[in-house]
Design a binder for this molecule. Sequence first.
Ligand SMILES: Cc1cc2nc3c(=O)[nH]c(=O)nc-3n(C[C@H](O)[C@H](O)[C@H](O)COP(=O)(O)OP(=O)(O)OC[C@H]3O[C@@H](n4cnc5c(N)ncnc54)[C@H](O)[C@@H]3O)c2cc1C
Length: 589
Amino acid sequence: MKTTNFVRHLQARSVARVALVESSPPTHAPELPTASVAALTDAAGQVTSTSKPSANALNLDVARKQVEAQESQVCGHDELDLTFNDSRKAYKSKTMRQLLRNYFVLGLCSNEFLVKNNGLVMKLTRSIVGKRGFEQIMRSTFYGQFVAGADEQEIVPVIKHLSSFGVKTILDYSAEEDVKEEEVREDARADVEKNQSELNYLANVDGSSPLRRYQQSTDFADRRKYLPVARTYFYHGESQCERNLEIFFKAIEAVAKTTGNTGFAAIKLTALGRPRLLMKLSKIIDYMRQIEGHSRAESLTDLLRRFNSLSKAHINPLDEDEEEMLFNLMRRVNRIAAYASQVGGARCMIDAEQTYMQPAINMIAMELMRQYNRREAIIFNTYQCYLKGAQEQVKQDLAQARKENFFFGAKLVRGAYMEQERARAAKLGYEDPINESFEATTKMYEQTLSYLMGEIERELKLDGDQDGQNNRRISIMVATHNEDAVRFALEQMERRGIKPGHKVICFGQLYGMCDHVSFMLGQAGYSVYKYTPYGPIEEVLPYLGRRAIENHGFLSKLQRERALLAEEIRNRLITMRWFYKPVGNYRPV
Ligand SMILES: Cc1cc2nc3c(=O)[nH]c(=O)nc-3n(C[C@H](O)[C@H](O)[C@H](O)COP(=O)(O)OP(=O)(O)OC[C@H]3O[C@@H](n4cnc5c(N)ncnc54)[C@H](O)[C@@H]3O)c2cc1C
């Protein structure tokens, strides 16, 4: 298909899609009251000290009944303890068995040998105890802790349970195929040979130019290397992308059916199109930015049209196959977004990936926002604050959203590919795109969040007495397990008068991690999501390996969670609540 055809196709489709979105009604969940964070913090101290049953209580049975009565009463919202130290509140959604499992699994994650050799250990266990035995062991340990279930049916009770404790869901189908590294390298090698003259050009541009990051290297063809803590999709042809599309449809359907208009489906663009195509598009985007001298906010279609009209470019244009792939990719992402907006109650979160694909991912996410975020934020883009350019990118994208009058949805993360990004930059001789230290990343996270909160505050003020009904055009997810970052966000909300009921700020943590923060936020009436993986046991093993690695990487966090779990296990033993059955009556914001 010629580029001009491709551009025409995309334009015609966008017009049709805008019309479709404009006719679909927006969905709004009911608002819930909230108290000020400062007041909550003061009160939290009292509640913590008075409402816990004393270990010395003579009548333990009375103590047990008191606690159970408190926990099963029809809830308003709990007071929020900003120290996140109240183990009883933190784990009131858990049975004793779940607490013990959590404690045990985190214990395994602190064992360096097990974590480093997790693949081998799992294979060995499987060969000793057989498939059935292995599944049982996994269900009572890692799988049970980090994965919600095998399919859309099995996860329903989990989603309902989370929701009854005020916690919402981002669904992520986490099955992964076991691809051999050599296969991936071989595939990349052919491509490197084909593009040798372009590679020579890229290897000679200045080290500070982003273009150098588009050199292909067989050493980094396997994107699972160097400890990424996020999932990697490999390309197995367009038909595999179609199958992935069906999986995303199912996830969106499950979100719409089970989350009561509040959930998200996580979307990775590398599952819907060839990663090498995303890299090539990113290269063209950065090339155009370099020769035009500034970064223009615009659509991919316009940019490709200008690139194709250049009389001489140092980098190769898309060939016919790639144009076809791009057309397919855009068709798939548009179908996903259109489906989410049609079924109502489901939104999509586009994940951020490696820097050499991010310009294309970002631009496609913006295109989707432009088309589908006309009445509310259905599409969220992700910004990685470990990148030196994170805040600048957010500012630029928000300006574009304002100029073109669409809702801006942003998930803020620190970033999952640090080791790999650094190793690649060092090997290929370009400037490290990652902030120089953890503190610098934290500063970037806080500055970006603070900037967005400031913009939200301005919008809410514009509404005056209407309580922000008309001007809520920015929505943010604070996606982090870092308690300081969560506290920073809560303080900003308090200082700027942004309430959970405005429904513009939410929090996000991974399922099975950092539960004390998620549940305390949800139970206190804040909007909070669990990024919830699901998939058959055998196919989510790589995901489980990454969770073990990620937990092991932050031993202080791991120790803190284990200490809280130990405290709650002790409390339940003392107060004889061994068979406590959690029943939640919270309503997520
Ligand atoms: C709901 C949710 C969705 C997510 N989606 C994505 C996504 O789409 N894309 C993505 O890339 N990641 C995603 N992540 C993962 C995220 O980027 C982080 O890797 C993970 O959350 C750990 O960061 P933290 O703030 O939770 O914890 P922390 O322990 O406070 O931070 C660890 C992070 O800090 C950064 N860091 C650590 N050391 C240094 C250093 N020396 N210099 C500079 N930076 C450093 C790294 O990013 C590291 O991962 C998601 C996480 C969550 C909870």
